[in-house]
Design a protein around this ligand. Sequence first.
Ligand code: NDP
Length: 480
Amino acid sequence: MTASTFRNYIAGEWVAGATVTVNRNPSDVSDVIGEYAQADAAQAGAAIAAAKQAFPAWATGSIQERANILDRAGNEILARKDELGRLLSREEGKTLPEGVGEAMRAGNIFKFFAGEVLRTGGEKIPSVRPGVDVEVTREPLGVIGLITPWNFPIAIPAWKLAPALAYGNTVVMKPADLVPGCAWALADILARAGLPAGVFNLVMGRGSVVGEAMVAHPDVAGLSFTGSVATGRGIAAKAIARMAKVQLEMGGKNPLVVLDDADLATAVNCAVQGAYFSTGQRCTASSRLIVTEGIHDRFVAAVKDKLAALKVDDALAPGTDLGPVVDQSQLDTDLSYIEVGRGEGAKLAFGGERLGKAKEGYYLAPALFTEATNAMRIAREEIFGPVAAVIRAKNYDEALAIANDTPFGLCSGIVTNSLKHAAHFKRHAEAGMVMVNLPTAGVDYHVPFGGRKGSSYGPREQGRYAAEFYTVVKTAYIAP
Ligand code: NDP
């Protein structure tokens, strides 16, 4: 631990961790972003205790103060979007425009929830008993544990934190070990925005240590998690065993259906942007491209041309379209799935090889499989890299059946000029979100986000619907 180590934030103090981790740039592994504290289970406990102590005053305090703090945080994030976007791209590897866009999204989320603080109304319902009034109101849950992944290092912390605080909860947040920089920057902004001590606590460290301690702790009333299916299932089992409220956002194997009548340029844009941008490391990435016979060959040829024109390079370099994969372990996973796909009989039509660049980083050429079937592992399991598989379909009905034949259900897309098929798809896609003539990845910040089946569990995130998780409903009966 040195004087320059970025520390945890517990009970309004910056505290050294039990150990440290070194945050490195995946575009250039010799570039060290900083040394970050790693909490242990005892520090997680101290953060939970601080949040518990701060809860009553925050839950019942001035909503104007809450709104002002969230608005101040949002304004600072927006004012510093270029710097924060740069930090994000440097630690996670998405391109600078994507990093800046994500920082803006985080700022806008804080500003949205600053407004929501003042709009948390209730309902007055006539009672079946004359003379009695019934009121339905929302109250905060208590201490909320937030466990966030590496692929959206500022937006996901923001979209959990802002509603948690807005609705009057106190928070302990554990960001992914790979990307502590943006979470620390957010903590620094919130600390200066005027939050009372203990209302927000940052504990950086391993999921197996800090995360487990949060999940097990009886004073954590709710847990909101985004990450892998296996970790999410484990968290849910433990949280539910002690009757804690839990919200999970997990993987996707999102289909993009392309019909014969689609505009080819729109289809190619949706496929390339949805499957490969942000290096394919998005839970909403369209990793299954389900294409009907009449357009199949033209579509594959045009996607290959587009991929050949993409520049894979340093995330911060001007003109880069795709940055590196986040780390060696994710790169190994991507490369192993490329071998799996070949072994299963799919044809590697483009890319899939590791790329050498001027600086040592985790660069991978975007990979396109064709002649894939929906039964293959590359079509069933989330890879979480720049890898997509084209699956042929005879017609719309078969394409829809293939799209829905998956353990996941986050986002489903279709590219078509047929109103009939678009309307039918919107109704019958088994997913939490549906896109027509748009990429599956890329959603608004003020409307519900979440999926069905193995993708999500519990209430939706974002927009007004976030209240479902971060509050508990009270029904009050009043007789004069
Ligand atoms: P994980 O699910 O392992 O991690 C997500 C978060 O959970 C991290 O903060 C992690 O901590 C924490 N965590 C890990 N184990 C536990 C535990 N036992 N108890 C409590 N918290 C825990 O995902 P990864 O980041 O390792 O990514 C692995 C795969 O997950 C990816 O390849 C991808 O398939 C999928 N993924 C999906 C995302 C999505 O949005 N759908 C987002 C990110 C990943 P830490 O990492 O710091 O140890």
